[in-house]
Ligand binder design. Structure first.
Ligand code: CA
Length: 513
């Protein structure tokens, strides 16, 4: 039997939905898409994180809808951005790996919005090699960008700013909203570099989390039994993080040579950008860690856990800056009277491993990197404080935003508008499975594709290996037990393979011959 409070909550939720479907704002909404780079849901308190508090993201979730099972179609930076822009899978938008150049002549949702009377802008990370098109204003980081005193390309012209990248992107975003033509609706993409590797925090946060001890995740010491391809990857916290580049220990304390041959070059490049004063404050901030590390003789699990602690401190410090940025932008929208008629989206280009399976990074179809945060707020239209467990993907964002803007969704977009889910009218007819395909080479990660339903996930690692995996996410949410060879699951596997092939045909993935 439901408790009285729960019944009341259900009724209130239904009321809110009915109200929202009746209230259609006369004006086109402004749209703000906030995207971060590599932000795991494990580092957002409204997703249940115990690692960090994210009050501003939590406020967004309280005022809008949080998607518990939002995933990406290809868990890596540039491909995910191309999916967001086009609403198409990587094999059709041409950006299947970070090495590809985005064909800027193709249809994107900002172009459709622009044609529909919107002013459009992108500020921050772009990462697609070609110049942005479909934007009235663009000011982007070249490549991955830098955390300190970063260079930007402002509408084709090289420029640079002093300070910390997350704060700069926030400031430039507010400035653009302020300077827009106020009679037209706008769409702004505020794309943060943070919290991308090598996790360089703001100077003001270098001492936060110092006294917190982060316990390693339950799967940190995963032995990869039943998943032998995982033994080939080079993305473990224990063996592959760099002492200097990733963990911020000066080289004279490093017990071994750099693990990655490129790391010293990129570390020096990042540090050389800092002013003398910034460098002094940087090394002051890390002084205690550096001194302690010089004197220790850690090894084995103790050393791995020390690395995990260092990794978490810097990653979470970057998250704190991102969260503050969201607070600042939301405060600005409110003070400018724009909060009521603005649809705000918060998402990341994918999830990230925070030590689960012993890993950092992304790429895999395992839950931590496959899932991505997705929170959407539109006062009076999207019910506040609601959560959805539907299987939505980054593929769906472009058609969703066009739908809310009241413009036509191009037929070539493969995603579906989430508007019925967001306004509470279409939960029963949503999809029952999503498709994933990752093919970037490097770091020892095998190419793979797969299907995920509400309960099961079937993955085929096909290059350079040939291994299948099946997980029952209800029984095994941490994905430690590959059921592929279990006799009891053969009928389930046969069914999932059929569904997988159907999805590959539906989405026209040339992987099927
Ligand atoms: Ca990324």
């Amino acid at each position: 039997m439901l408790a009285a409070g729960a019944v009341f909550a259900m009724i209130s939720c239904q009321d809110a939905r009915q109200k929202s479907s009746e209230e259609t704002p006369a004006e086109k909404p402004n749209i703000v898409v906030i995207m971060t780079d590599d932000h795991a849901i494990q580092a957002i308190s409204s997703y249940g994180s115990e690692l960090v508090e994210t009050p501003h993201l939590d406020e967004l979730a309280d005022e809008g809808m949080l998607f518990n099972q939002a995933t990406v179609t290809n868990s890596i930076c540039a491909p995910s951005r191309a999916v967001l822009l086009t609403g198409k899978y990587s094999h059709l938008n041409g950006v299947a790996t970070n090495k590809a150049r985005f064909d800027s002549s193709q249809m994107t949702f900002p172009k459709v919005l622009q044609d529909g009377g919107y002013q459009t802008a992108i500020i921050g990370k772009w990462h697609l090699k070609s110049q942005p098109t479909g934007f009235d204003h663009w000011n982007i980081l070249p490549g991955q960008g830098h955390y300190y005193n970063p260079d930007f390309i402002k509408e084709g012209k090289d420029t640079s700013y002093q300070g910390y990248v997350t704060n700069i992107i926030t400031r430039l975003s507010k400035k653009w909203i302020k300077s827009r033509e106020s009679e037209k609706p706008f769409m702004l993409m505020m794309h943060h570099k943070a919290p991308h590797r090598n996790w360089m925090p703001a100077l003001s946060l270098l001492e936060s989390f110092e006294k917190r001890k982060f316990p390693v995740p339950e799967t940190f010491y995963d032995s990869y039994e039943g998943r032998p391809h995982l033994e080939n990857q080079k993305l473990t916290v224990a063996r592959h993080l760099d002492y200097q580049y990733d963990l911020k220990m000066p080289c004279d304390t490093c017990p071994v040579a750099p693990i990655n041959s490129w790391a010293p070059y990129y570390y020096n490049l990042a540090m050389e950008r800092m002013t003398k004063d910034q460098k002094e404050r940087w090394f002051d901030g890390y002084e205690d860690d550096i001194e302690a590390f010089r004197d220790t003789t850690l090894d084995g699990r103790a050393l791995a856990e020390w690395k995990y602690q260092r990794y978490m401190e810097d990653y979470l410090r970057c998250i704190v800056s991102v969260d503050k940025s969201i607070g600042r932008l939301m405060d600005y929208l409110e003070s400018a009277g724009l909060d009521e008629n603005t649809l705000v989206v918060y998402t990341s280009d994918q999830g990230f491993f925070l030590g689960e399976h012993g890993l950092f990074d992304k790429r895999y179809m395992y839950e931590e990197s496959f899932r991505t945060p997705l929170i959407m707020k539109y006062p009076g239209v999207i019910p506040s404080g609601d959560k959805s467990n539907q299987l939505v993907q980054n593929l769906d964002l472009a058609p969703t935003l066009l739908d809310f803007a009241g413009v036509n969704i191009p037929g070539s977009m493969q995603g579906r508008s989430m508007r019925p889910l967001l306004t509470g009218s279409g939960e029963n007819s949503w999809r029952d499975a999503v498709y994933y395909h990752f093919s970037e080479k490097g770091w020892g990660v095998a190419s793979h594709y797969g299907i995920r339903t509400q309960r099961y996930k079937l993955i085929h690692f096909y290059d350079p290996v040939d291994q299948w995996e099946l997980y029952d996410l209800k029984q095994d949410p941490l994905e430690m037990n590959n059921l592929y060879d279990q006799p009891a699951y053969q009928a389930k596997i046969k069914h999932l393979k059929k569904r997988l092939k159907e999805l590959q045909e539906k989405y026209r993935d040339p992987i099927i011959k």
